[in-house]
Design a binder for this molecule. Structure first.
Ligand SMILES: *Cc1c(COP(=O)(O)O)cnc(C)c1O
Length: 395
């Protein structure tokens, strides 16, 4: 990697070695082929071929035993899981789906593609997760109008087990079903050491090239609820519950064999990948916390798609972004635009204040991350960030 004739660093002849924001790394073709030959031998390339079936078992084992439906991407997985959950709960005739605004636009896009109106709420300041009080408040005030709650695990990090339980209890109390967009969180652990996804509530993961579990395009829906699992399974394959009869009105969100083979290969090396990223993140934390940078509560159990951190204030974020551009260190501002401030969602209602969301949007940073980010590179990232922060402090 990085030494071929098309390497842009060499083509540019730049003396400073740039540190890209992300450097995705999928399994090698040889690793993928070791599984893909099962599909070739069977001449079975989609619709639940040998790789996809094996993947269901392996993913389930990895998560401690849970129903698994591999999908073609998380956005379609959310569409399938939300539809299935609302249908099972009988709430589909209500107009709104409640979700936090501090998320990726795909969460809201799925809601709109299902024909529902997003109803945005705030996050809380410690772990940057959906605010439990705002959730209870919106469900009490919009009683009978909310078809589902689409909670998120911000940057793939699960909230504490207690918070997850409270979300579920609040939704149960108001008779509204819950689905979780845990897109970046495959392999994440909460404060009790429990991996995300082994739950009655449907959880959706992304296997996009830029996620930590990277296969290009792909995803997963998990649930312990047998009825919900059957619905998700059917909905992701044209609504076929048995044979070629459409029991439900479904879509095609199936994972094909080549992606399933990639996912099997990814899973083989996944603990190493997670370990490396957690080490880099722990280094960022150790170095940056003394300078006023904040990390999500419980972030040690995260999957670290990028080095998520909040600058002490907006001026420092601006300075870090400028310093990163100058030093060719790929630093991003995630999420700098909450979903309710995107033009596509400007007409969607917001419930309560967005103080925490707007504050985080003004300060949040995403530092470079890669499975193979070198010690030298992570040192350079940290020194660029600290130098920029010191200059702001001194001014
Ligand atoms: C990445 C992401 C998605 C989209 O996942 P795809 O697999 O690309 O569809 C959805 N929601 C969140 C929060 C994400 O981070």
């Amino acid at each position: 990697m990085g030494t071929g004739p098309r390497d842009p660093r060499r083509a540019g002849g730049d003396p400073v070695n740039p540190i890209p924001f992300l450097r995705p790394q999928l399994p090698s073709l040889a690793e993928i082929d070791a599984y893909y030959r099962l599909a070739e031998e069977a001449r079975f390339y989609s619709n639940g071929g040998p790789c996809e079936r094996l993947l269901r078992t392996r993913l389930s084992d990895y998560l401690g035993g849970v129903g698994c439906v591999p999908v073609d991407n998380a956005t379609n997985g959310i569409i399938v899981a939300v539809r299935a959950t609302m249908d099972a709960a009988g709430t589909g005739d209500r107009p709104f789906v409640v979700l936090p605004s501090y998320t990726f636009v795909a969460t809201a896009g799925a809601v709109r593609m299902l024909g529902y109106q997003p109803l945005f709420i705030d996050v809380e300041p410690g772990a940057w997760q959906m605010d439990g009080e705002a959730l209870a408040d919106v469900l009490s005030q919009r009683h009978g109008e909310v078809a589902a709650v689409l909670g998120t695990h911000t940057f793939g990090l699960p909230p504490s087990a207690a918070v997850q339980r409270r979300w579920q209890e609040t939704c149960r109390e108001y008779g509204v079903p819950l689905v979780i967009d845990a897109a970046a969180g495959f392999g994440a652990e909460d404060d009790t050491g429990t991996r995300t996804g082994r739950d009655q509530v449907a959880h959706v993961f992304s296997f996009h090239a830029t996620k930590t579990f990277a296969i290009g395009e792909g995803g997963l829906v998990t649930t312990l609820d047998e009825d919900l699992l059957e619905r998700c399974d059917a909905l992701h394959s044209f609504g076929f519950a048995s044979g070629r009869v459409a029991t439900y009105a479904g879509i095609n969100a199936k994972m094909d064999e080549l992606h399933a083979a990639s996912a099997l290969a990814m899973l083989d090396g996944y603990d190493t990948v997670l370990g490396r990223r957690r080490d880099i993140a722990a280094f960022y934390r150790e170095q940056l916390e003394p300078h006023g940078f904040a990390f999500q509560t419980g972030s040690a159990g995260g999957t670290w798609q990028a080095g998520y951190v909040a600058a002490p204030n907006a001026a420092t974020r601006t300075a870090v972004l400028a310093a990163g551009a100058e030093a060719k260190v790929g630093v991003g501002a995630y999420y700098d635009r909450p979903v309710h401030r995107h033009p596509a969602y400007a007409d969607a209602p917001v419930h309560g204040s967005m103080t925490v969301t707007d504050d985080l949007a003004s300060r949040a940073l995403a530092l470079p991350m890669a499975n193979d980010l070198s010690d030298e590179d992570r040192d350079r990232v940290v020194s660029v960030v600290i130098d920029a922060a010191k200059q702001v402090d001194a001014s």
